[in-house]
Design a protein around this ligand. Structure first.
Ligand code: AMP
Length: 138
């Protein structure tokens, strides 16, 4: 965390403007300034950590609760057929703002945003070994 806080912390402190659509003690949600679709909204825990695995159970539960509320409000307002919830961790994943946030991206048929990634080819044995490593990891 920078001394001044992330750009999202500065929005939370009302040091810079944003179009806030939801706020509670632990979470804020506002419109993305460069939306992929009308209604693209960011849901952000007020506690600033870069990655979701550092956030902690209390704030994660709060953001999970808010996600459902805000997604429902976006659907009601936009009338979208569906939506994606995306969340990037680390620059290699595409994260630009190092403060946990969830994207709610309204979707419509033929919107051109796509929805499939290219899966790897794996064997059942490699999946079993990998699952074991992840179960045993701290
Ligand atoms: P990510 O690549 O997951 O870190 O996404 C960061 C998102 O934050 C991008 O979609 C940006 O358009 C959005 N963003 C950056 N600055 C602001 C801001 N001041 N207000 C609203 N959204 C922002």
């Amino acid at each position: 965390m920078s001394a001044a806080g992330s750009i999202f912390t500065r929005i939370i402190r009302r040091e810079i403007p944003a179009h806030v659509v939801y706020e509670d003690d632990a979470v804020i949600a506002f419109l993305d300034i460069n939306p992929l679709a009308e209604g693209h909204t960011l849901v952000v825990p007020k506690r600033e950590t870069e990655r979701i695995d550092a956030l902690g159970a209390v704030d994660l539960a709060a953001v999970g609760r808010a996600l459902g509320v805000v997604a429902g409000k976006v659907v009601a307002a936009i009338g979208c057929e569906g939506y994606n919830i995306l969340q990037n961790n680390g620059p290699v994943s595409g994260q630009e703002v190092p403060h946990v946030h969830f994207h709610i991206i309204p979707r419509a048929a033929g919107d051109g945003l796509g929805y499939r990634w290219n899966p790897q080819k794996v064997t059942p044995e490699s999946l079993a070994a990998l699952a074991n490593r992840i179960r045993q990891a701290d």
